[in-house]
Design a protein around this ligand. Structure first.
Ligand code: NCD
Length: 307
């Protein structure tokens, strides 16, 4: 059974296909509105979420299907001690496809090994978040027209930010991509990402603590929230939470066509004064996420023989 746990579970050709499907959905939504009639998505969210859960649900409704969901981990049998493996097996009896978010790295993989329907990882701890990357990729594609020769600045919590890890993996497959990794010392990109992706593929990257110094050369600036829930102590979080705040002042040195992305939710990382700037793409990114989730569910349900 084909699941998507990591962004690398999708080939570059499949990503291109998902982008083209999303663009077609945007052009001709009526063509897709009955596609999943009678099908059900189960959303299993063991961690807070607004966008990811609601966009999966909206995506399934816009494909003509239905949604069943756990209202929270606390109200499900997880609170009684049920394992992710058993929950996945059980929910496979009710749904045609599952989207799962869990605080533990690897939980989505365990779910996929035990489910009998496709499983989509909607975020596993500080590890990865492939469908956010799909939203990011469609946004970059619509803004820039290609993924090649981009200088991409990733700023904020690069250690715990799962969206960052998945985006690095995805963009490392295109030629001419360079990364500028902007973070406090304590929140640098994990060494396994540097070793297994950046160094292994010979991708140029620099690490810096200064957003101001980095900004002039960037084509994309990807801001992130400091991931409070993954910190071991509150003091460290309080010390680091406002390390980077993007203000109109800081944008002065940036390229005219630099795109500003953020997976959201934002806390303080981007001043609301930036929202009116034509370079701000983070609300477009939210909408793009819904289209890409529609395209992904269509692909997986087709491969499973359900459609
Ligand atoms: C992100 C996540 O959950 O990792 N949010 C999202 O899905 N859009 C980023 C975050 O929570 O900071």
């Amino acid at each position: 059974m084909r699941s998507v746990i990591d962004i690398l579970d999708l080939s570059v050709e499949e990503l291109e296909g998902l982008i083209q499907t999303s663009l077609d959905i945007i052009q001709r939504p009526a063509e897709y509105s009955e596609l999943c009639r009678g099908k059900k998505l189960a959303t299993l969210f063991f961690e807070p979420s607004t966008r990811t859960r609601m966009s999966f649900e909206a995506a399934m409704y816009e494909l003509g299907g239905n949604v069943i969901s756990m209202s929270s981990a606390a109200s499900s049998s997880a609170a009684k001690g049920e394992s992710v493996a058993d929950t996945a097996r059980v929910v496979s009896c009710y749904a045609d496809i599952i989207a799962i978010r869990h605080p533990k790295e690897g939980a989505a993989l365990v779910a996929s090994e035990n489910a009998t329907v496709p499983v989509i990882n909607a975020g596993d701890g500080g590890h990865c978040h492939p469908t956010q990357t799909l939203a990011d990729l469609l946004t970059i594609y619509r803004e820039k027209g290609s993924f090649e020769d981009l200088t991409v600045g990733l700023c904020g919590d690069l250690k715990f930010g799962r969206t960052v890890h998945s985006l690095i993996n995805a963009l490392s497959r295109y030629s001419g991509v360079k990364f500028v990794l902007i973070s406090p010392e304590e929140l640098k990109v994990p060494s396994y990402v540097k070793r297994d992706v950046l160094k292994q593929k010979g991708i140029p990257y620099v690490q810096t603590t200064s957003l101001e110094d980095a900004i002039p050369e960037l084509d994309i600036l990807y801001m992130t929230r400091v991931q409070r829930e993954r910190f071991f102590n509150e003091e460290d979080y309080l010390r680091l939470k406002d390390s980077y705040i993007l203000t109109p002042d800081k944008l002065r040195g940036a390229k005219e066509d630099m795109s500003i992305l953020h997976p959201l939710p934002r806390v303080n990382e981007i001043s609301v004064a930036i929202d009116k700037d034509p370079r701000a793409c983070y609300f477009k990114q939210v909408l793009n996420g819904k289209y890409m989730r529609m395209a992904l569910m269509r692909l997986l349900l087709k491969e499973a023989g359900t459609l």
